[in-house]
Design a protein around this ligand. Structure first.
Ligand code: KG4
Ligand code: ZN
Length: 370
């Protein structure tokens, strides 16, 4: 019953927003086909966007469920699924209205098909397939992580592989050698927790709510990164793999011990020290990955790429060694559909089509040309 009340409360609180589409009508005359509608529903945002053949964004909308998952300290899959079901139609209709297009103006419908929560993915995928079946438009399934990577093309439209990408989100932590668009080699990933997950679990242990990343980075700003010595796991492992669960346990153990001893916890110091432990490893391994592949460019993507300490440390440390660091704007680090549309456009132009009998994939490898 309480859950039901909460659902109703959030129904009213659910918002559709993303002002990037302001120029939609005034610039419309210059937009060139093909027009790609993209849908994203892999986690806790229902998003839709329309881009044109020049990758210009006509509309870009997000219905966020974050307020609803907050009190549970993480995304509750069943709730995510239900919220996507409620939001998908209004979000897509609103996006089309913002773009000033009808479905028959579109060239294809792209949709995140994995990786992510299956119950969440299925909502976007079922909607997109239904729309394609009804209109005869081609359906194009997109990998969510490739979307995060493509967000970098909005920073620098001339960006061309090869380069290294650091993808850090609530579900993934990996270094990828981008040999070409659509040709990815995973150089190393996490053996256990994802970085974003570690932020979320530490915030939960401190009862700071969900998502943990933004709130911890606000506290970290006023803290001393050297106050508490947390482990830098696998820093010198000689490979490009990560492990975050030991750090998470060390932080939670520290919290419990302080509590047991009746000592107060300095949240800014803890947030800064935890962040420093994460950032040190991410920076060191990103540098190693660039050295190993001879890359002079590093891109980042995923929710954690919005972390100010990570951005600053990457720019400073890699910049010093002559490596250019490309970082999506803060709002483009989080889940959105314009990044999915951008991948969809390339797939569409390459003649790739996904069958209407394809199902969402909780785990989905990045594409490779090998
Ligand atoms: O990419 P994303 O929006 O969703 C997934 O694909 O997982 O990433 C969400 C994750 C969450 O774990 C959130 O805590 C983390 O990104 N995050 C941050 C920051 N902003 C979001 N982590 C660290 N610092 C931030 N400023
Ligand atoms: Zn994501």
């Amino acid at each position: 019953e309480r859950l039901q009340r909460e659902i109703e409360r959030t129904d009213r609180a659910m918002r559709v927003s993303r002002p990037k589409s302001e120029g939609a009508t005034e610039g419309a005359a210059t937009y060139e086909p093909p027009f790609i509608l993209a849908i994203e529903s892999s986690c806790d945002e229902t998003a839709a966007a329309v881009i044109d053949g020049g990758r210009d964004v006509l509309a870009d909308c997000i219905a966020s469920q974050i307020d609803f998952h907050k009190r549970f300290g993480g995304v509750v899959p069943e709730i995510a699924s239900r919220k996507h079901t409620e939001a998908i139609v209004p979000t897509v209709m609103y996006t089309m209205e913002q773009a000033g297009l009808g479905f028959d103006d579109l060239s294809a419908v792209a949709c995140t098909i994995g990786p992510g929560l299956v119950g969440a993915l299925v909502v976007g995928v079922a909607f997109a397939k239904g729309l394609c079946f009804a209109t005869g438009l081609p359906f194009i399934g997109v990998n969510h992580l490739e979307g995060h990577l493509y967000a970098n093309r909005y920073v620098d439209p001339t960006l061309e592989p090869p380069f290294v990408a650091l993808l850090v989100s609530g579900g993934h932590t990996m270094l990828v050698h981008v040999r070409g668009w659509g040709d990815y080699e995973v150089l190393g990933s996490t053996l256990d927790d994802a970085v974003g997950e570690a932020f979320d679990k530490v915030a939960k242990a401190l009862e700071l709510g969900y998502p943990g990343g933004p709130v911890l980075s606000r506290y970290a700003k006023d803290g001393d990164a050297k106050a508490i010595a947390f482990p830098r796991a696998m820093m010198h492992s000689g490979d490009l793999r990560f492990s975050l669960s030991g750090l998470k346990t060390a932080v939670i153990t520290y919290i419990n011990e302080q509590n047991k001893a009746g000592m107060s916890i300095d949240i800014p110091d803890l947030a800064a020290s935890f962040t420093a432990a994460v950032v040190d490893v991410l920076v060191a391994k990103s540098l190693d990955a660039c050295k190993q592949t001879g890359s002079r460019v590093l891109c980042i993507g995923g929710g954690v790429a919005a972390n100010p300490d990570l951005r600053e440390a990457l720019a400073a440390s890699l910049g010093k060694r002559g490596i250019r660091v490309i970082m999506p704007e803060l709002s483009d680090c989080a889940d959105n559909a314009s990044m999915i549309a951008s991948v969809g456009l390339d797939l569409f132009e390459a003649g790739e089509r996904t069958g209407l009998d394809s199902d969402p994939q909780a785990h989905m490898p990045l594409r490779t040309r090998e």
